[in-house]
Structure formats: C-alpha cells, structure tokens
Design a protein around this ligand. Structure first.
Ligand code: DGI
Ligand code: FE
Ligand code: FE
Ligand code: FE
Length: 188
C-alpha cells in the first residue's frame, strides 16, 4: 500500500496548491476529531487527504467512470459538486489503489452526507466543513457544536447546506435530502 508521503506526491500532482493546502487542513482536522471520538487515526488521515482527489478532473473523466462502473445514471444530471466525491472514490480506487471501503465511503459521502454514516464518515464530512481555512457565517458555531457532539455537527451542516442550496436555486441531489431527513429532526 501507498505510504502517506507517496500519497502526498500524487495529491500535489492532481491538485492546485490552494486545494492541496485545503486537503492538508482537512487531514489535520480529521485526525483531531478521530482522536477525540475514538476513530482509527490512520484511516482519518488517508480519507482526509484523498477526499478531494478528483475535484479538478474534467467532466468527461467522471462521465466515463459512471458508465464504466455502472453507477446510478441519475448522477449524469449533476456535476462536479456531486461527482468529485461519489465518482471520485472510484478514481481513488483505480488510480491510487486505495480499496478500504471505510475510507472510500467517507470520500463518497463527504459532500452530501448519507442517512447512515460511520463515525469516520461523519468526521470527514465535518472536517471538510470546519477546517481552519473555512470562513463563512456560522463556521465558528459549527466548530463549537462539532467539538461538543459529532452528530449535532452533522445535523448543523446538513441543515445549513440544504438552506444554502435552496436559497440559491441550486439542484439538490436526492441523497442530500435523505441526509436532511435522517439527521436534522433527530439531532439538531
Ligand atoms: O469540495 P469542497 O469544496 O471542499 O467541499 P464539498 O465537497 O463539501 O462541496 C461543497 C459544495 O457542494 C457546496 O458548495 C455545496 C455543494 N453541495 C452539497 N450538496 C449538494 C451540493 N450541490 C448541489 N448542486 N447539490 C447538492 O445536493
Ligand atoms: Fe469536496
Ligand atoms: Fe463538505
Ligand atoms: Fe474538501
């Protein structure tokens, strides 16, 4: 398997510097949350590093992968925002040789969340949202809530992201709504 430093080299090649710096901060945040919440720190590190591996790939790469792997054709109605996690996980498997399904599911669900998420998946979902470079109204509150209760953090992000999508007239991927229904009424 690939070492952390080999993975870093591949990520530097795949990403612009701004995005590369973001993944380093997501890794650091994910490691801290993993230590706090009793999750495998090694998996948190690798998932944090590779969660946006496919972010800068052209649409044609994702469309080819959706067809090659027989993924849900509904994906074709969306774009990079949805593809880079769900389809990106397949590219990570093919190109980086990372086959650990816990890590791949954390990548798959890092943008939309999912109704059922392991603690590792919750950690990557939250680390991406609250890493120290993030600066939006509500990020401080998101950090405080996540430090106190991981599930409440997931609910907070899910509610705010869905609100943002609706206020801006963006298409909502069905899984994003499923995540809302599973987390917000129960954990907010
Ligand atoms: O890749 P990052 O920028 O680090 O973060 P991300 O993968 O969490 O992507 C965040 C963006 O994805 C954010 O602008 C909201 C958007 N997003 C989340 N759920 C949906 C969505 N966009 C659409 N169109 N539909 C969704 O359901
Ligand atoms: Fe992302
Ligand atoms: Fe995110
Ligand atoms: Fe990210």
């Amino acid at each position: 398997p690939m070492t952390r430093s080999e993975l870093i080299i591949r990520l530097k090649e795949a990403l612009k510097d701004k995005r590369f710096q973001h993944v380093l901060r997501v890794e650091e945040t994910a490691i801290k949350l993993a230590e706090q919440y009793g999750v495998d720190v090694e998996k948190a590190s690798i998932a944090g590093l590779c969660h946006d591996y496919a972010k800068q790939r052209p649409a044609e790469d994702f469309i080819a992968e959706i067809k090659k792997k027989g993924l849900n054709p509904l994906l074709l109605d969306y774009g990079n925002a949805i593809w880079h996690g769900v389809v990106g996980a397949e590219l990570i498997k093919d190109e980086l040789g990372i086959w650990d399904e816990d890590i791949l599911n954390a990548v798959r669900h890092h943008t939309t969340g999912a109704p059922i998420m392991t603690k590792l998946e919750q950690i990557i979902y939250m680390a991406d949202y609250i890493e120290p470079g993030r600066d939006f109204a509500g990020v401080k509150k998101a950090r405080v809530i996540t430090a106190a209760n991981l599930q409440a953090g997931v609910a907070y992000q899910t509610k705010h992201t869905l609100t943002y999508l609706i206020e801006n007239g963006k298409p909502v991927y069905p899984k994003t709504i499923d995540t809302y229904n599973a987390w917000v009424p129960q954990y907010e």
